[in-house]
Design a protein around this ligand. Structure first.
Ligand SMILES: [Zn+2]
Length: 416
């Protein structure tokens, strides 16, 4: 099988023109759900899917799927699906999302050109609003495809300007019918840019993700007593910020220790501090700290959360502050399917392309899909690890190499 690098590049460059922004360096685009740029990107995709002879279906929340059912396949068997998303963050790059959609299409065309005869249909999918910039907080289309959010609730989602997803899809002509149901797929694969530098560092062109990180967000409140910074002697203070500073260092220390003792992929960050009253001449009375904990190992995540709580208990004892701890957001790590990972490694080996096991520190639609069917995620190298930025770049050769592995894995999974 030979991937047509220039055909893939043409599609990605055509897609890059929709929502293109002026930039001094690199190539950027802004494609938010329901905008003119989004309509153009969707229409171009549909045309390209149809050019390749795929049957295109748009569901009620604007998810797009093109199905290839070759003579060799039983149309009644569960298809193998692959894809990603076409929306972007504001002033994002041209690969995050589109690479996954157009590599899936190129994989199908590659199989067609090579006369591959799969037993199952192969589906190319583009999910609505993965980046969560307008209607939801992220992974919108896939949340409906896996049944986590109903079509009705999704359509009622409102943007800041009061536009509903339903009216935005109507305006673009992309509110279809029914629901693309990911649980009906035999398996799923997404190719995405790595967004870090592990592949480049290792000199390996394709990553096979072992698990997508779990994420938990915690909020810690530290309450002391606001007082005059000049008139309050050092011995009479309950300084909330001084105590919160120890909390920040405790979280960092705990993460470093968990990395050496339990899981080297664990990370813990106090990313925000809200200080009240936040005045130079006032002893801080209250601090709100935002904690982000991630890992592919659930136990390591729990250990970090426990250590954060323990730090607060110590500060209550030693510094006389009052504390509160909340955990408003928690998402468990998502392991990728062994079967799909094996198909990816085998495809790399058969094509003489080296592959590397690594984890994903960012969320992707695949996270949802993995809840309802066997799912896998491939990474292509990101130059300097940069993404969500016009400087995001993956060399065209690397795009083609990763697509070759994708095509091989899809052919394998589809029983070719
Ligand atoms: Zn993405």
């Amino acid at each position: 099988m030979n991937v047509d690098r220039d055909r893939l590049r043409e599609d990605l460059e055509a897609n890059a023109e929709f929502g293109e922004i002026e930039t001094d360096e690199g190539r950027g685009r802004t494609v938010l759900t329901g905008t003119e740029a989004n309509r153009e990107a969707r229409e171009y995709l549909v045309a390209r899917l149809e050019d390749a002879g795929l049957d295109v279906r748009i569901d009620a929340v604007g998810n797009v799927a093109g199905r290839w059912t070759p003579e060799s396949a039983d149309p009644e068997t569960a298809p193998v699906a692959a894809g990603s998303h076409l929306d972007s963050v504001p002033e994002g790059g041209i690969f995050d999302g589109p690479l996954g959609v157009y590599s899936a299409l190129e994989a199908v065309r590659t199989m067609q050109d090579a006369g591959v005869e799969p037993e199952r249909p192969v589906e190319v999918v583009s999910f609505t609003e993965e980046e969560g910039q307008r209607f939801a907080s992220g992974l919108l289309g896939s949340s409906v495809a896996v049944g986590e959010r109903s079509v009705e609730r999704a359509l009622a989602l409102e943007a800041d300007d009061g536009t509903t997803l339903e009216s935005a899809l109507d305006a673009m002509g992309f509110r279809g019918e029914g629901r693309i149901d990911a649980s009906e797929w035999d398996s799923w694969l997404e190719l995405h840019v790595e967004q870090s530098e592990r592949l480049t560092d290792a000199g390996v062109p394709v990553g096979v993700v072992t698990a997508i990180t779990g994420i938990t967000h915690c909020e810690a409140t530290v309450r002391g007593e606001a007082d005059h910074a000049g008139a309050t002697p050092m011995g009479d203070r309950t300084d909330a910020l001084a105590a919160a500073s120890e909390f920040v260092l405790d979280v960092e220390r705990a993460a470093n220790e968990v990395v050496t003792s339990a899981s080297d992929t664990a990370v813990g960050t106090v990313g925000s501090l809200d200080v009240r009253p936040n005045a130079t001449n006032v002893v801080p009375g209250e601090v709100e700290a935002g904690v982000d904990v991630r890992d592919v190992d659930r136990d390591a995540m729990e250990e970090l959360v426990r250590r954060a709580r323990r730090s607060l208990a110590r500060l209550e004892r030693e510094r006389g502050v009052e504390t509160e701890f909340r955990r408003p957001f928690d998402l468990a790590p998502t392991p990728m399917s062994d079967r799909v990972r094996a198909a990816a490694h085998d495809a790399g080996e058969a094509a003489g392309i080296e592959t590397l096991d690594l984890h994903s520190g960012a969320a992707h639609d695949t996270m949802h899909v993995a809840g309802v069917t066997d799912a896998g995620l491939l990474f292509a190298p990101s130059r300097e690890g940069i993404s969500h930025n016009p400087k995001e770049w993956t060399d065209w050769d690397d795009c083609a190499t990763a697509t070759r592995v994708l095509a091989g894995a899809l052919a394998d999974l589809a029983g070719a």
